[in-house]
Design a binder for this molecule. Structure first.
Ligand code: NAD
Length: 359
């Protein structure tokens, strides 16, 4: 198997956090003799500036060839006023759908060293380890018809369509059940089946797949409004949560905040064969770009997810996660996770400390 990575630094803090992650990748590649190779590409605002498109053909060719992609983040005020169809975020959506990256995995793990950073009481979040599996290429974000039309009375009306085929539901549910096998053996499927037919089919399909192929997994169902509430009331009741694109978007941000800092959370978006794009959950943070203060740990932990899920290098993945735990134990903190008595460091210093902790 070739082991080639496409690195897309993107915009804002993207280049800074990706540089730190690349140093970690270099070290782990040597240490574990992984044989990984990589090249750089352009996506988002950086690609608009160079090629007039957020996802140019040259990037598309590189992305198809790669086994995995590492992304910083895209977007920023510089491109917010250009025509909607060629904005940076459109490039990212196109890339995800072109590569069929339908399964978005977002772990929300609380590092015990950062329990104080959560807005919830430590006893509610200590030991938190949830995996949100969000369907990423279907549902209301892509459903047709969509648009803004004019009614007969001259009033404007906005409309979108939430659609899921059985096959789309099955493949994302399968990912959730497979992940649960590797973790706590529990899946909670989130829907709004009391109101929306599309999620009634979701619930039926998940239930059927469970009965046919995963009876050993503990499956439960929850309405999305209750799930939003339970996530802040008693989040540790969850192991794997699986849901559609819209509900997943919202619940995964809510779960992220339980851990205190979005700068700590990695994510993976996978296709059916384990090819994946790995990126931090946060955006390009234009407000702090270029100041060497962004937290690179989410991007570094995204490299760990890449090694685990695409390249099946568990030992190397675990080594990165342990190294991150180690630098937190040393008291090193970027500004977003800083607390009293800790040692404040910049993006570069944090990256170098993780490299050093890898040994
Ligand atoms: P954001 O995540 O970029 O920033 C939200 C807040 O969190 C800001 O105060 C920022 O300074 C802080 N923050 C984010 N990452 C951080 C880090 N690593 N370390 C320390 N602090 C961090 O979200 P936003 O402000 O809503 O969006 C900014 C831009 O990012 C927009 O153009 C948006 O479209 C884009 N965006 C891109 C992606 C992506 O590329 N996947 C995702 C979300 C937003």
């Amino acid at each position: 198997m070739s082991k080639h990575i496409l690195i897309l630094a993107g915009d804002g803090i993207g280049p800074e956090i990706v540089t730190a992650a690349e140093q970690v990748l270099t070290r782990v590649n040597e240490k574990f003799n992984l044989g990984l190779t990589w090249e750089q590409g352009l996506l988002g605002g950086a690609a608009i500036d160079a090629h007039g498109s957020p996802y140019p053909d040259v990037t598309s060719e590189q992305a198809k060839k790669a086994d995995a992609l590492l992304l910083g983040a895209v977007g920023g005020p510089k491109w917010d006023t250009i025509e909607r169809s060629i904005r940076p975020e459109r490039g990212l959506l196109k890339l995800r759908s072109e590569l069929n990256l339908f399964a978005n995995l977002r772990p929300a793990i609380l590092y015990p060293q950062l329990a104080d950073a959560s807005s919830l009481k430590p006893e509610i979040v200590l030991g938190l380890d949830i995996l949100i599996v969000r369907e990423l290429t279907g549902g209301i974000y892509f459903g047709q018809p969509r648009g803004i039309r004019e009614l007969e009375n001259g009033e404007k009306q906005g409309f979108n369509t939430d659609v899921y085929a059985e096959s789309e539901i099955k493949r994302i549910a399968k990912v959730a059940f497979e992940m649960a096998k590797l973790r706590g053996g529990k899946v909670c499927s989130v829907d709004k089946a009391n109101v929306l037919e599309v999620t009634e089919l979701w619930k039926q399909t998940v239930t059927q797949l469970h009965a046919e192929q995963y009876p050993e997994i503990n499956l439960s169902h929850m309405y999305v409004d209750n799930a939003a509430m339970q996530l802040v009331r008693a989040p540790k009741q969850f192991d794997v949560l699986v849901t559609g694109n819209l509900f997943g978007d919202i619940l995964s941000d809510e779960a992220a905040m339980l851990t205190g800092s979005i700068g700590m959370l990695p994510s993976a978006s996978l296709d059916e064969n384990g090819k994946g794009m790995y990126e931090p959950c946060h955006g390009s943070a234009p407000d702090i770009a270029g100041q060497n203060i962004a937290n690179p740990l989410a991007t570094i932990l995204s490299v760990a997810m890449m090694l685990r899920y695409t390249f099946r290098e568990e030992a190397a993945a675990k080594a990165i996660e342990d190294a991150v735990g180690n630098v937190l134990d040393q008291g090193l903190r970027t500004a977003d996770i800083m607390s009293e008595g800790m040692n404040k460091v910049g993006t570069q210093e944090m990256g170098q400390a993780v490299v050093a902790a890898l040994g």
